[in-house]
Write a protein that binds this ligand. Sequence first.
Ligand code: ZN
Length: 211
Amino acid sequence: MQSRAAPEAVFCAGRAFRAAVMPVLILTLAASGPETTRYDVRHFSDCRTASIYAASHPTVGRYLYHVTAKLMGARTASAGNGRFQGRGTAVLALGVSQFQLPRWTWPQSSAAQRAAYDSFAAALRVHEVGHRTIARAAIQNQVLALTVLARSREAAEHALRSALATQLRATSDELLQKEELYDRVTEHGKRQSDGPLYGFPGGDDVVFSCP
Ligand SMILES: [Zn+2]
């Protein structure tokens, strides 16, 4: 028996992590989806306006991803006394993911201003990569044996799928807490250098001040 519908938790990491975990059913067979980058293209009137925007928008950078769960090698067998045992393997993986990063300009930008912006953008990317590092460590190739007992073969198959969804939720919740803690201790990157103090990825602090 192969699960036709793999439960998939879709949630936003990084600065979008305030969003709740939203488990949805999506057909997927991809063990690990592609990673893309989308740029937030903005044209500001000057450097200062851009830096004010950065300071007042904590969702400038994001790392969004799906966690996929597949039920592999599922099978049912009579367990005697009118009971059926279902066994399978839950395989969790990172599905499609996307970095969202700024690409900002303003007229008459000085070399010093560009350097300040480039440092900001680079540090922000490091922060978002940190979200990916945390997700990968928690999710990548997570394989768990599932065993259920039910009163019919169909019920056993159903219980296996439920166990898969439960596992996905538990893993997603745990991961969500880790990502939120990472954002809390690094203040969404503003104190990125503090990350390693808490066992999280580090890097330069994300600051953008116009010279
Ligand atoms: Zn973050």
